[in-house]
Design a protein around this ligand. Structure first.
Ligand SMILES: Cc1cc2nc3c(=O)[nH]c(=O)nc-3n(C[C@H](O)[C@H](O)[C@H](O)COP(=O)(O)OP(=O)(O)OC[C@H]3O[C@@H](n4cnc5c(N)ncnc54)[C@H](O)[C@@H]3O)c2cc1C
Length: 390
């Protein structure tokens, strides 16, 4: 396909990023997958290279580049084949930091966004609660305003970077009687008294720390409120859009990586005296899987281009995540089949890819919830508008 989105500078960036990942990340990934701990030094190296600042303003150390640099970062991260490592990085940049940049005031940007861009501070975004993740408006965490501070109580779960991060962007009800119109978001320092975290064990994303977090009478200065009080739900929904496209891009990239690996494998592996890639049944399967991946990839680039132009794309980003994550699971499962028993072995990359991919249809809005949103848009003709920035 003709490459209409990437210019020479993008291509050079991809090359140098790929070299960096091969040198600094790939040799350590198996260790990080085993221990569930990513070396702190890699965060600083990412910061030094500017990778956390691609989308962010120069005033805070960012590079303020177009969205296709972000597409490249996400795609290359998937080629490392550790969904957990990739998630730790993109949750920091595209979940936590998005809020610092959009809703943080000057102090928050200087004290948290700038060090986040440098990799000196790591962030996480805490929305999901043990009582329910899909029903965001039903959250129970509360922040009660006193004279000169808020008191935060409640718990969050399944939080990416929830154990090792330095700060948390936390949603809580400031006026519970208003339902989703009574939610606000706060910046919480990890070492604030009353914040505790427990690391969770999980099927995939094993290099990333996923945690349950408890807030027990946590005293927050008033200035840690981000944006306006009670506007938190709109802020969360607005940025979930970016998260969804990020997860759509991740999905096409990991599927593409799986297909490339598998095609190479099929050239080398023989059965009945012929290489696997000569069997018609297998060739047709690979052609179908590749075509499905290409359809999603092209669609995701169209949505990325819309975001690049500042077009609010809730419908398209939701479609991107819903279709691409489904496609990725299908493609990776199909690729694993091509490897026979080796596909099931940890020594080969498909086993990890399969379990890492499965999170795609759950995190950042399950496929069922995405269909609910799309039904409202496509059938009920509901429109979603961005929140005006104050
Ligand atoms: C590894 C991992 C990392 C994560 N990282 C983060 C993070 O960084 N920050 C964060 O806030 N959250 C995070 N999450 C949480 C994730 O976003 C939630 O798990 C997800 O939104 C679903 O919520 P739930 O698990 O409570 O499922 P539930 O809401 O209990 O849903 C259970 C099932 O019911 C279905 N369902 C629910 N309501 C409806 C409905 N109305 N119609 C049809 N079906 C419905 C769901 O689709 C699902 O299949 C992470 C999760 C995982 C597993």
């Amino acid at each position: 396909m003709v490459d209409t989105y990437f210019n020479e500078e993008h291509r050079l960036f991809r090359e140098s990023l790929s070299d960096f990942l091969q040198k600094e990340v790939v040799p350590h990934v198996d260790d990080w997958e085993k221990t569930g701990v990513i070396d702190r030094s890699i965060w600083n190296k990412f910061g030094e290279m500017g990778y956390f600042g691609l989308l962010y303003p120069e005033a805070y150390g960012g590079l303020d580049l177009d969205f296709f640099y972000t597409v490249i970062l996400l795609e290359e991260l998937q080629r490392v084949n550790s969904g957990g490592f990739a998630a730790a990085m993109w949750a920091h940049v595209y979940l936590a930091m998005t809020h610092l940049n959009a809703e943080g005031d000057e102090r928050i940007k200087n004290e948290y966004l700038a060090p986040s861009i440098m990799g000196d501070k790591i962030g996480c975004l805490c929305i999901t609660e043990p009582f329910g993740g899909s029903d965001v408006a039903g959250m129970r965490s509360s922040a009660v305003k006193m004279d000169d501070h808020y008191v935060l109580n409640g718990s969050k779960t399944f939080i990416t970077n929830g154990f090792y991060s330095d700060y948390l962007v936390v949603s809580a009800k400031t006026q519970p009687e208003l339902g989703n119109k009574g939610i606000s978001i706060f910046l919480v320092d990890r070492d604030t008294p009353g914040v505790t975290a427990t690391k969770l064990d999980k099927l995939g994303w094993r290099a990333s720390d996923t945690a349950e977090i408890a807030f027990d009478n946590v005293k927050l200065p008033l200035e840690n409120l981000m944006g306006e009080e009670n506007k938190g739900f709109s802020y969360l929904m607005q940025h979930l859009d970016l998260e969804r496209l990020v997860m759509g891009i991740n999905a096409h990239a990991r599927a593409e990586h799986a297909l490339q690996y598998t095609m190479d494998y099929m050239k080398e592996r023989t059965a009945f005296g012929k290489s696997l890639d000569t069997f018609q049944a297998l060739r047709h399967t690979m052609v179908e899987l590749t075509s499905e991946m290409e359809m999603c990839k092209s669609y995701n680039y169209i949505v990325a281009n819309q975001l690049n132009q500042g077009i609010y794309s809730v419908k398209e980003a939701t479609i991107s995540k819903m279709m691409s994550t489904k496609m990725a699971d299908k493609v990776i499962d199909g690729c694993l089949q091509m490897l026979g028993g080796y596909g099931y072995m940890e020594e080969y990359p498909l086993a990890r890819m399969l379990r890492d991919s499965r999170l795609g249809r759950i995190g950042g809005g399950t496929s069922e919830i995405l269909k609910e949103i799309l039904a409202k848009i496509m059938i009920d003709k509901k429109s979603f508008a961005p929140v005006p920035q104050s």
